[in-house]
Design a protein around this ligand. Sequence first.
Ligand SMILES: Cc1cc2nc3c(=O)[nH]c(=O)nc-3n(C[C@H](O)[C@H](O)[C@H](O)COP(=O)(O)OP(=O)(O)OC[C@H]3O[C@@H](n4cnc5c(N)ncnc54)[C@H](O)[C@@H]3O)c2cc1C
Ligand code: FES
Length: 281
Amino acid sequence: MYKIVNKTELVPKIKIFEVEAPEVAAKSNPGQFLIVINGEKGERIPLTLCGYDTKKGTVSFAFHEVGKTTKDLGKLEPGQEIDNVTGPLGNPSEIKNFGKVLCVGGSVMIAPLLLQSKALKEAGNHVTTVLGARSHPFIMMEQEAEKYSDKVIISTDDGSKGYKGLGFLKELCEKEKFDRCVVMGPVILMKDVSAITKPFNIPTIVTTTPIMIDGMGMCGVCRVTVGGKMLFGCVDGPEFDGHLVDFDELILRQRTMLPEERLSSVLAEMHGGCKCGRHKA
Ligand SMILES: Cc1cc2nc3c(=O)[nH]c(=O)nc-3n(C[C@H](O)[C@H](O)[C@H](O)COP(=O)(O)OP(=O)(O)OC[C@H]3O[C@@H](n4cnc5c(N)ncnc54)[C@H](O)[C@@H]3O)c2cc1C
Ligand code: FES
């Protein structure tokens, strides 16, 4: 069992947990992910590491409450325990001095992106971090971004704070001559940013989040096409060259289970939410 030692709501429906998991923390690196299981019959959900503390023996992950499992997870409180936290899984991010790095994060994935911004800054890079969200109240971790970056830029879909949309990025790439770009967020964000950086030949690394089951290369569910080759998100990724990923296929594959996911959410609401017995619905 894995005890929750800290819980913070970053913005509505996005929470971050710090959990005791000393063996996982000891091996963790930026870019890797965990598989979390809440409840004896709980679903396995992959969540990206957004922090680890080897002295305290803890790991942190942020999650967006989008369906049954993440909503149930969000009801747990510090002192309660999670049944399983497996990891670290996937390959660590490449961290070295590239020069000028552009880090672009959207929504919940801003939290793990900042772990990379921090590591890239410590490796000597000049780091520009873009925080993206649909509107002003959903911009999160601005202070942390300031701490780990040389420059922070805000972008919202509705223009309620910072730039409206991603139109500014083209001009920024022209002006700044970045040596590398790292993108974490919704697939559409990774697709759009990769399309912008491609004409500038800026190597662009995206973190793919295909549906996963085992997270260890056995089931084949997490297939992603990269440069015409079929790769597994869990063991070959989750990071890939954004200029080679078939994002349209990734979007289609992510939607494969949509009817079942919706049904599971509706049934959970109808039958009073979580059945793990450790908290009230
Ligand atoms: C390697 C990896 C790392 C991830 N890291 C994070 C993270 O750090 N924080 C976070 O909040 N989420 C992350 N995800 C996505 C997360 O695993 C899903 O949101 C979660 O499994 C949803 O479970 P659920 O039962 O609550 O919702 P479900 O009922 O399974 O789904 C609810 C909604 O979320 C969408 N969804 C489900 N799975 C995914 C997915 N893999 N990618 C995108 N949308 C999905 C569905 O299409 C549906 O619209 C990651 C996924 C992968 C593969
Ligand atoms: S999740 Fe099963 S092979 Fe990747």
